[in-house]
Design a binder for this molecule. Sequence first.
Ligand code: 5GP
Length: 116
Amino acid sequence: MSETTETIFSKIIRREIPADIIYEDNLVLAFKDIHPQAPVHILLIPKKTIPTLADAESEDHALLGHLLLTAKRLAEEAGLKNGYRVVINTGDDGGQTVHHLHVHILGGRQLNWPPG
Ligand code: 5GP
């Protein structure tokens, strides 16, 4: 898949479709998942179009670090003191449905393991 592939998340970044945006900086955007799987379900995406984690390259090192540290900060700001889960579904077997790299931040209930 090419880096220019458009997804619904590209349209959210450009404000062409609405989303409940909770954080933005020059590198990333965070918004509430439209079908939340937990009381807190945030999606955190890079503004750079990287289709999947498998497409990330060494030049994305700092961006990926920023994503994880931002996930931690958003979880804290959401009040997830008792823990949370950070998930990056990758590719078909990983259950990825939107091909723009995204981090799920889930919390507010006891989460089960292993996932289905
Ligand atoms: P994936 O299965 O690819 O890891 O996760 C994609 C996520 O994007 C799903 O949890 C789905 O509910 C969410 N999603 C899909 N379309 C939209 C949308 O238009 N707006 C928002 N806020 N979330 C979406």
